[in-house]
Design a protein around this ligand. Sequence first.
Ligand SMILES: *Cc1c(COP(=O)(O)O)cnc(C)c1O
Length: 451
Amino acid sequence: METKKTYERPLIKPLNTGLMNKFGTRTDYATFPDIDGAPVADLLEKYGSPLFVYSENTIRKNFVDAKRTFETRYPKVQFAWSYKTCYLNAVCNIYHSEGSWGEVVSRFEYDKAIQNGVKPANIIFNGPHKSDDDLRMASKNGSLIHIDHFDELYKLHEIASELNIKPRVAIRVNMDVGIYPKWDRFGFNYENGQAWEAINKIIANGKLELVGLHTHIGTYIMVTSAYALAAKKMADLALSIKRQFNKTITYIDMGGGFASKNTLKGAYYPGTDTIPDISEYAEAITSTLLNAGFPHDELPYLYMETGRALIDNAGFMAGTVIANKRLSDGRSATIVDFGVNTLFTSFWYDHRVTHVEELGVHTEDTVLYGPLCMNIDVIRENIALPALRPGNHLVVHYVGAYNVTQSMQFISFRPAVVLIDTNGKPHLIRQQENLDIVQSHEVLPDYLNNK
Ligand SMILES: *Cc1c(COP(=O)(O)O)cnc(C)c1O
């Protein structure tokens, strides 16, 4: 027999993020049935599971917002898309269509940028390994070569004499900006005078055209003051060059490294609540440059190579529940069809995971395992999810940066990648691997062929 419950006055209470309250910690109960209007279940049906999905809308919005944020604070800004963050041609071409140049760290990426129609003069060539042939080609093409070390500088002097051309170069500068461990393995150090020595050598020698100064202080940098400090040191170098050699530097390239809204493992608050907005990074950099003391007609261009922060929230991994299990200690576990070989960033982020279908309201702490036959294949060590059934679909958020480029073929095939265009229409932008693709570069010596 049901007895009538006693009346309780309704009560509205604020839920504080991160703090434990009578409802437990904050979790994501909401279903996430579609990406930009394309139903996730239909996408998985059509293109296979698991599946990477990119939102063109979000990519464009992120870029336009970032560009406006910088351009409303500083008069001369140029973005260059960091290829290694996601070098799918469809994605690169969206950035290029918005006016972004290409920033590459290898010959393979350089060639990709050329094939995507980027003008050679608008390619920034970074990285510690450029072969002699790479340097010759980039010099002839008039690309911006960012010198990483003295051996590369000497090699470029040689190439400039040999080809009788003046390569356009910048030096990469590393420095102490209060972020430890310091990223001092790339470029020339500021504090110990190495950067100044490189500048001196370039100008004294006269064979290279020193057009810029470059730094990239690290990645997933959560403190905007680090950028202010870096911009100050770069401006000091540029002003010293002007004072000492009466030479005006065309640009200061502040690299990338802005954090995306992902939540780092062990973080108390979710990244969406703690990561600085792009405007805070922009403010730190642009106000420092504007106040550095450049005459207004000699203000250097500001180049930005922002990667992660422009793409992470535009990429999703959609997949399917394979099975549920109970672990020996009683914990609930769920096996899904996407593993750490394709979601590399699971090693350091607690990725947001939502469900596609309408499920129950009661959640249980669950371990989310990938499908690989490997103990480290854990997508989330602990996540509160409603009871899932085999065949249910999940979406992992903020996976647009580095996962596609760093994913490896291991045990299972790498998934297809789909782009949802601005009208909500899906386009296949990379096909799923199959046995032929995976084996296409294998060679079986005749004597081992048992057929
Ligand atoms: C990787 C890289 C970037 C992009 O870094 P994000 O952290 O993705 O913004 C920019 N410049 C250089 C030189 C890089 O190596």
